[in-house]
Design a protein around this ligand. Sequence first.
Ligand code: PMP
Length: 377
Amino acid sequence: MQKRLLLTPGPTMVPPEVAAAEAQPIIHHRAPEFTPVMKRVQEGLRYLFQTKNPVVILASSGTGAMECALTGVCSPGDKVITVEGGKFGERWGKIAKTFGLNPVNVPIEWGSAITPEKVKQLLDENPDAKAVCITHCETSTGVLTDVKGIAAIVSKSNALLLVDAVSSLGAEELRTDEWGVDMVITGSQKAIMLPPGLAFLSVSERAQKRAAESKCASFYFKLSSYLKNLEKDTTPYTPAVSLIMALDKALEMIRKETVEKIWERHARLSSAIQAGCRAIGLEIFSQSPSHVVTPIRVPEGIDGEKIPKILRDELGVTIAGGQDQLKGKVIRIATLGYATEFDATTGICALEIAMNKLGYKFQVGAGIQAALKELMK
Ligand code: PMP
């Protein structure tokens, strides 16, 4: 018998009450009963995003919202700055290229973050840039970027700031309006505690104006038509009704806990994971680690791909391996979304068992003790 635990940076575990809400009988999306749900969900999303502006809901994964955002506010040939410090930062550049934009790709060493000063320099060198595209938590490296500092610079320029917060919204502090972020993008399968299938993006007033002028080719993901329909609490095409019913429940839970408490919980749990790993001699990979996911360097002489395999197949605990250039070199553990201290301690416990099976030498129990100490602070 195995009890399964998901400690990945998405998809994440879904609370039973959210799963139950998803299982309700379908209501027709054009029927009057659906309007109050859409109104409530919009209010909840604005709270989660910390914005007064509209939050578009798409039936897609997070990448769909990245595409909708960029094509929604740009026209072919527009210069856009894409910051690429990992797999997801690189995605901005790929989307821009696909739609005939003119991306200035800024490579950042994997494991480190771009600074506001560097963004200022880039904008000085490219005053005609129409957008700056960054990643709040680069899930492939675990690195957190200073969105607040960057927004303070970009908001004074003609460029819009597009923030991929697919893995971080609801886990890390992000104050969309107060910080002056134009578009924040996220997906349902991370901190929002839903199954995969919904994506969201908030649209500032500046971005709404640009959406009215955009000439990028798009049909299903045409931002301006989502914004127009949202004024009537609806979507241009059939929404994922069941997921929106589940979202209604998840947002109720989020409001009850409050975003501040949720950010605090993520910080506590990821600090416990980090302390547990360090106590058994493992090194944290990233230079500015997020509370979303902890990337851990695989020690010399250990097969990095075997760690997640043993955890999943023998212990029922799913963590993530490394992606692209980090394949086999890091493992990633997340206590994202619906997670408590018991998930964090179980994760460290399972990691100790797996590392022991692989012949790694350490003091058994040191990790769990350090994690507990961190949680009891
Ligand atoms: N950006 C980030 C930071 C992510 O973590 C992910 C998903 N891991 C994506 C974009 C892409 O999202 P999706 O797989 O939902 O399209």
